[in-house]
Design a protein around this ligand. Structure first.
Ligand SMILES: *Cc1c(COP(=O)(O)O)cnc(C)c1O
Length: 222
C-alpha cells in the first residue's frame, strides 16, 4: 500500500508542478489529500510518504479519523457541507481550515459558538461559481458583499479566501469559465490568500486559472 500511495503522490506532485511552472513559477500550490473514501491506515501511509494536509467532508468521519490519528501532526481541512447541528462537534476538533463556509446563516451560527468559547476559525468562503442547484455556496453575484459582511460581523472567523468546485461537466470550456469566475472574485478581495480550486479531474486547469490549493482524492488514493 505504501509503495502504491507513494507513487500516486509523486505523480500528483509532478503534475501539479508542471501545471504551476507553466503559468507562474513563483506561486506555491498547496495539496490537500481528500481522504473521505480512505481508511485511517491509508491516511497514515500517505502521511509516511510526506503528505500532511488531509480533507474530510463529513464531521463524523473527521472526528473518527482525526482521533484515531491524533498522534500524527496532521492538518485537517473540512470541505463538506456543514449542518448547524454539527457545528459544536466540528469546532471541538479544531480544524486547520473550514473550506466550505457556504452561507451567511452558517457564518452567524459559527460566530455565536466561537464567541462563546473564545475561539477563532480559519475559513474559506465557498462560491457556487457554476451556479449549480446541487451545490452549496454563495452565488458569484453576492459573494463579495457577503465576504465583506462576514469579515465585519463575524470577528471570530478569519476568512482567508475562496473555495469552489468546478462545473460538473466534461466540457473543459465550461469548467474553465467557472474557475475564471472564481479567480475574478478572488482577485478583488484585499488580503485574500487562498484560492482553493481543482480536484482529480480538473486540477491542472484550475492551477492554470489561478488556484493555489488543490483538493485531490481519487488520484492519490486509487
Ligand atoms: C471529494 C471532494 C474532492 C476530491 O475529489 P476527487 O475527484 O476524488 O479528487 C475535492 N473537493 C471536495 C469538496 C470534495 O467533496
Amino acid at each position: 500500500m505504501q509503495e502504491r500511495l507513494n507513487q500516486n503522490l509523486l505523480e500528483a506532485i509532478e503534475r501539479i508542478e508542471k501545471a504551476r511552472i507553466a503559468v507562474d513559477r513563483k506561486r506555491i500550490v498547496q495539496l490537500v489529500a481528500v481522504s473521505k473514501y480512505s481508511s485511517k491506515e491509508e491516511i497514515a501511509a500517505l502521511y509516511a510518504c510526506g503528505q500532511r494536509a488531509f480533507g474530510e467532508n463529513k464531521v463524523q468521519d473527521l472526528q473518527q479519523k482525526s482521533s484515531a490519528l491524533e498522534k500524527l501532526p496532521l492538518e485537517w481541512h473540512f470541505i463538506g457541507s456543514l449542518q448547524s447541528n454539527k457545528i459544536n462537534t466540528l469546532l471541538h476538533l479544531n480544524p486547520y481550515l473550514l473550506q466550505s463556509l457556504h452561507s451567511l446563516e452558517l457564518a452567524q451560527a459559527l460566530q455565536l459558538r466561537l464567541e462563546r468559547e473564545n475561539k477563532h476559525l480559519n475559513a474559506l468562503m465557498q462560491v457556487n461559481s457554476a451556479k449549480e442547484e446541487s451545490k452549496s455556496g454563495f452565488m458569484p453575484e453576492v459573494a463579495l458583499e457577503a465576504y465583506a459582511r462576514i469579515q465585519e460581523e463575524c470577528k471570530n472567523i478569519k476568512l482567508c479566501g475562496l473555495m469552489s468546485i468546478g462545473a460538473h461537466t466534461d466540457d473543459k470550456v465550461v469548467i474553465q469559465r467557472s474557475f475564471e469566475m472564481t479567480w475574478n472574485l478572488f482577485s478583488q478581495i484585499k488580503g485574500a490568500e487562498i484560492l482553493s480550486m481543482g480536484m482529480s479531474g480538473d486540477f491542472e486547469l484550475a492551477i492554470a486559472c489561478g488556484s493555489n490549493c488543490v483538493r485531490l482524492g481519487s488520484v492519490l488514493f486509487k
